[in-house]
Write a protein that binds this ligand. Structure first.
Ligand code: HEM
Length: 409
């Protein structure tokens, strides 16, 4: 196919209330119209990749850099407000997901041991106890997001990182401010300022409270591992260390809470799938992968072109932003038969929801553990659970999930 050079014709804006409610019809139209589209709507201009094969290839493409936060944070600032955003910018640019080799390889090696499947499995008893406690407190009619989907991942990641129970409230509010900024295609000044305040507060909490405590009393936990790596020079002190702490707390909370909400909503809407899992609980690990495919909480990931080159038949320029639409790829009929259908027994639902290549998700085992345990507990303890009121979606096109999900049973 010959490369299209210019002009870049922007697709019509489509991120509206209808899209936030259900983005899949818009994705289907884009996919059918072509593999790559320029849209002015995303961050002032980005290439959108729509098909499974291209999204997968882009996430592995060494010509596309994960370093994409530079202009992104500063673009959102008013001209006289840039200095104010420097601390947030400094932390974002050092986070693992936004780095390339060799820094990325070095930091990933430090963090990986804490997420080994055997370490994650060791969290199962505490996860089960938390779920039972939250469910006991929830009563028969409750908002699933409020009573389970928010507190559970926050407490599990806090456990992994040794955060005090007394700061859950602050920590979830900080995380939600950061998500509102990261998940907006054109953040407002208010969103940027709130994210800046919360990033600084989150990093400050590690700097003042948690890291000094772990320095005094090292253990066999994630923070002690990071401090040991800092001592032997594998992690730089200051912004680099704090960036990984803040990023992990955020990544552990923001994604899994939405998966839990999306999963429960989908299974209660497609009731026969819920009943099937009741009858065949051994399908649960596959069901979680299928629920992630069907309605993933992370709808895209971004990269920047490191040079001018041809991508999916289109000439892209150095510095261009490319968004790999994972949510669209997961519904591509070229990869999945009857992609709109939820089928907990689907053969090979894939794992693109966790990305692929060097940046593939570190928290996949933790997510599987939490989601399987929640679903198994609900199926056992609340088999008659049902939707019971108006569910409200988040307003973020990136982090797809629910703000409110009333259930009863
Ligand atoms: C529903 C749950 C989750 C989903 C859908 C998800 C999705 C993703 C995706 C798509 C990526 C790749 C991004 C890219 O290529 O640019 C990623 C990376 C990452 N995820 Fe997750 N994630 C989930 C849960 C978690 C949890 C629970 C944690 C940790 C506690 C976590 C930590 C990370 C980290 C550290 C990275 C960056 C890895 C790297 O850059 O090398 N994630 N995740």
């Amino acid at each position: 196919m010959s490369a299209v050079l210019a002009p870049r014709a922007s697709v019509a804006p489509f991120v509206d209330l209808e899209f936030l409610q259900d983005p899949y019809p818009a994705y289907r139209e884009l996919r059918e119209a072509g593999p790559i589209h320029w849209s002015e709507e995303f961050f002032g201009g980005a290439w959108l990749l729509t098909r499974h094969a291209d999204v997968e290839a882009a996430l592995r493409d060494p010509r596309l850099s994960a370093r994409r936060t530079g202009g992104w944070v500063m673009r959102a600032a008013e001209p006289d407000g840039r200095a104010e955003l420097t601390p947030m910018q400094r932390l974002f640019t050092r986070c693992l997901p936004f780095l390339d080799a060799p820094d990325h390889t070095r930091l990933r090696k430090v963090l990986q041991p804490a997420f080994r499947p055997d370490r994650i499995q060791a969290l199962k008893p505490v996860t089960q106890a938390l779920i039972d406690e939250l469910l006991d407190e929830a009563g028969p009619h409750f908002d699933f997001m409020d009573k389970l989907a928010r507190p559970l991942p926050a407490r599990v990641i806090a456990k992994l990182m040794d955060v005090d129970a007394s700061v859950y409230g602050d920590f979830t509010a900080w995380s939600e401010d950061i998500a509102a900024f990261l998940g907006s295609v054109n953040p407002t000044q208010a969103e940027v300022r709130a994210a800046q305040r919360s990033v600084v507060a989150l990093a400050g909490y590690f700097e003042r409270e948690l890291l000094p405590r772990r320095r005094r009393e090292p253990g066999d936990d994630l923070l002690s591992g990071l401090l040991a790596a800092q001592a032997d020079g594998s992690v730089e002190d200051g912004a680099e260390l704090l960036a990984q702490c803040a990023m992990l707390l955020f990544a552990g909370y923001e994604t899994t809470r939405h998966l839990l909400g999306n999963a429960v909503h989908a299974l209660l809407t497609e009731r026969e799938q819920w009943e099937r899992l009741r009858a065949e609980p051994e399908l649960l690990p596959n069901a979680v992968r299928e629920l992630l495919r069907h309605d993933t909480p992370v709808q895209w990931s971004g990269r920047r072109a490191m040079a001018d080159f041809t991508l999916c038949g289109q000439r892209v320029r150095r510095g261009d932003l490319v968004l790999a639409l994972i949510g669209s790829a997961n519904r591509d009929p070229a990869r999945h038969e009857f992609p709109e259908q939820l089928d907990v027994a689907r053969a090979n639902p894939g794992a693109l929801a966790f990305g692929t290549g060097p940046h593939v998700c570190l928290g996949a085992s933790l997510t599987q553990l939490e989601t399987q345990t929640v679903l198994a507990t609900l199926l056992r303890r609340r088999p008659e659970l049902d939707l019971a009121g108006i569910a409200i979606r988040t307003q973020s096109p990136l982090y797809r999930g629910f703000m409110r999900l009333p259930v009863a049973g």
